[in-house]
Design a protein around this ligand. Structure first.
Ligand code: NI
Ligand code: MN
Length: 220
């Protein structure tokens, strides 16, 4: 089971038979580690409708035939009109998929598309449970995730649009994951952060953190 950081909120999860891509913001991200034409995907999970999360979903899904997992109204408003395959789901719901499952969990953030919600994802794949928080503020709902025994939590630390490092650390203490990986920082001047300082704060609180460079793969 491999997890590769492609930049911003984009990760590729690969269990050896299925490839799941999250928030593929690649062509317009100068720090991205892949081009939309080069990335493989069977499923694309999109947390919300902002441009830095929808990114190159259309191009990648059209080329690969990947199915898109996202809040149902976002699928209806954006992806279905593009003729792309979407998986119907909404917050609290779990999609059972060939590799495992994807559950849509609350995120507190604008959706970018009128009438749509933002979400995070709880992904079960390759015997691991991975939480992709999406763009979100710190919310007390995260405490409910402690019961999920999450292996890897992907948390935004950029501030301004999402949690900053201090609130992300508070999130870690609620979620209690085995490993924390920061995301959604340094892509734009407004969200410049020191991920290593964040990782040190996580370690000091008794948890584990890893900072991935774009293109870096972690074996879980
Ligand atoms: Ni956003
Ligand atoms: Mn964002």
């Amino acid at each position: 089971m491999n997890l590769t950081f492609l930049g911003h909120a984009c990760f590729l999860l690969d269990d050896g038979s299925c490839r799941l891509l999250t928030d593929p913001y690649l062509s317009e991200n100068p720090l991205a580690a892949a081009k939309p034409d080069d990335v493989a995907a069977d499923y694309i999970c999109v947390t919300h409708g902002h441009g830095d999360h929808i990114g190159d979903t259309e191009q990648i899904a059209r080329r690969t035939g990947a199915k898109i997992c996202c809040p149902v109204e976002l699928g209806s408003a954006v992806f279905a009109p593009q003729g792309l395959k979407t998986i119907p789901a909404n917050l609290g719901g779990t999609c059972k998929l060939p590799f495992g499952s994807v559950k849509l969990v609350p995120a507190l953030h604008g959706s970018g598309v009128s009438g749509c919600l933002s979400c995070g994802f709880l992904i079960q794949m390759g015997g691991k449970k991975i939480y992709h928080a999406g763009d979100t503020a710190l919310i007390s709902d995260m405490a409910l995730l402690a019961d999920e025994e999450i292996d890897v939590a992907l948390l935004p630390i950029g501030d301004v649009y999402t949690m900053g490092p201090a609130d992300a650390l508070r999130a870690v203490k609620m979620i209690r994951p085995k490993l924390v990986i920061p995301m959604h920082y340094n892509t734009f001047p407004l969200i410049v952060q020191d991920p290593h300082a964040f990782a040190e704060s996580v370690t000091a609180a008794g948890f584990s953190a890893a900072v991935l460079e774009p293109g870096q793969t972690l074996s879980l």
